[in-house]
Design a protein around this ligand. Structure first.
Ligand SMILES: Nc1ncnc2c1ncn2[C@@H]1O[C@H](COP(=O)(O)OP(=O)(O)OP(=O)(O)O)[C@@H](O)[C@H]1O
Ligand SMILES: O=C(O)[C@H](O)COP(=O)(O)O
Length: 401
């Protein structure tokens, strides 16, 4: 269902308004607390700048990590606040709490165009509990609500969903709106042929998305650790490769469904196998019919890459979620990197290419082709759930268009 968006609000109506904006600043940090990837902060800048430029008082709320409802000194948003200030080129009022008198005082002192950042929402158990009273307290800080936290839109939490009940209007920010346009657009009204490339480690975490995609796509390419469950289900020997024994029937039924629905389901024809799970393992490329005993498949082979590239060549929309192999080890990153380059080329030829969050994003960044994709989602779990056709609570809670 279409939702109200920030773009539809008259900018002049925003001046002087206290706007609570849920963002997803759950960014990777190293052991010293240094932010190693600020993509999610950058992605929220258009909404924050738009509001500040319109004279709104911007109150940002985010979670960070999983502190399980308790204050965790290592999970404060201080580094995030600093990074945000650098990117905005102006100071950010950092609050050391998310609700309460101290926060109210700071928020009430904001001038038009100022930006404040609340403390990690998950220091309160009420956040993940989507507690009504907590949502009310949070809402009391502001006059209206904008949700721009696509990465957390699949969570029904107080600051992502509950709070929307107590603030009006409650609208989608620019990032959330853009994510929906690309991800929902790609499966609801795609330019065809539409292909999905699904990889990653386990079939079990991708069943929902594979099943939904079988109703939407023209071609489904499967790579990563999950292929061995499909092979074993076909009766092939897979050595020490990753297999989910309890998903063999499921793998069979997915292949049967693809056939029934006329979807071209492509699995690799050759794989790179290793004698152990390590970056410098001995390796060889073998056909899928001859995986040696005691070896494990860690990447797709060159023939598979060629077949996949040929299948993708005429596609006008491609969605990619999950690496083709253990791309964290250079030796086994070749298949993933080749697919990343192919998608970059396809974008150049006019196709829409969408990278669905998580490890696939890390892969295209590693290869240096991130800029060449049509859209890189800031949500891992959220993008999967959206592609599965699920209703995301953070979106459902917003005003209908
Ligand atoms: N052949 C393989 N054997 C074992 N692990 C593999 C293999 N191929 C890929 N992987 C691993 O799969 C992991 C990613 O799998 P996962 O199921 O978590 O999907 P994902 O790509 O993280 O999904 P998302 O993009 O939503 O985050 C990577 O760490 C990668 O090393
Ligand atoms: O990184 C994410 O996927 C989001 O920020 C959601 O985090 P969560 O899985 O801890 O809810």
């Amino acid at each position: 269902m279409a939702k109200q968006t920030l773009a539809n609000l008259n900018s002049s109506s925003l001046s002087g308004k206290k706007v609570l904006v849920r963002v997803d600043f759950n960014v990777p940090q190293d052991d010293t607390g240094k932010i190693t990837d600020d993509t999610r902060i950058r992605a929220a800048l258009p909404t924050i700048k738009h509001l500040a430029d319109a004279g709104a008082k911007v109150i940002l709320a985010s979670h960070f990590g999983r502190p399980k409802g308790k204050v965790n000194e290592g999970m404060r948003l201080n580094a995030v606040s600093q990074r945000l200030a650098e990117l905005l080129g102006k100071s950010v009022v950092k609050c050391d709490d998310s609700i309460g008198d101290q926060v109210t005082t700071k928020v009430n002192a904001l001038g038009n165009g100022d930006v404040a950042l609340l403390e990690n929402m998950r220091f309160y158990a009420e956040e993940e509990g989507n507690d009504k009273e907590f949502s009310k307290k949070l809402a009391s800080l502001a006059d209206m609500y904008v949700n721009d936290a696509f990465g957390t839109a699949h969570r029904a939490h107080a600051s992502t969903a509950g709070v929307a009940e107590f603030l009006s209007p409650a609208v989608a920010g620019f990032l959330l709106d853009k994510e929906l346009q690309y991800l929902s657009g790609a499966i609801e009204a795609p330019k065809r042929p539409l292909a999905a490339i699904i990889g990653g480690s386990k079939v079990s975490s991708k069943i929902g998305v594979i099943e939904t995609l079988l109703d939407k796509v023209d071609k489904l390419i499967i790579g990563g650790g999950m292929i061995f469950t499909f092979y074993k289900a076909r009766g092939l020997a897979v050595g020490k490769s990753l297999v989910e024994e309890d998903k063999l029937d499921l793998a069979k039924s997915l292949e049967a469904k693809a056939k029934e629905r006329g979807v071209d389901l492509l699995l690799p024809t050759d794989v790179v196998v290793a004698d152990n799970f390590s970056p410098d393992a001995n390796s060889q490329t073998v056909s899928i019919e001859s995986i040696p005993d005691g070896w494990m498949g860690l990447d797709i082979g060159p023939d598979s890459v060629k077949t996949f590239q040929a299948a993708l060549a005429d596609c006008m929309t491609v969605i990619w979620n999950g690496p083709m192999g253990v791309f964290e080890f250079d030796k086994f990153a070749v298949g993933t990197e080749a697919i990343a380059h192919s998608l970059a080329e396809l974008t150049g030829k006019g196709a829409i290419t969408i990278i669905g969050g998580g490890d696939s994003v890390a892969a295209v960044e590693k290869v240096g082709v991130a800029e060449k994709m049509s859209h890189i989602s800031t949500g891992g779990g959220a993008s999967l759930e959206l592609l599965e056709g699920k209703t995301l609570p953070g979106i459902a809670a917003l005003d209908d268009a």
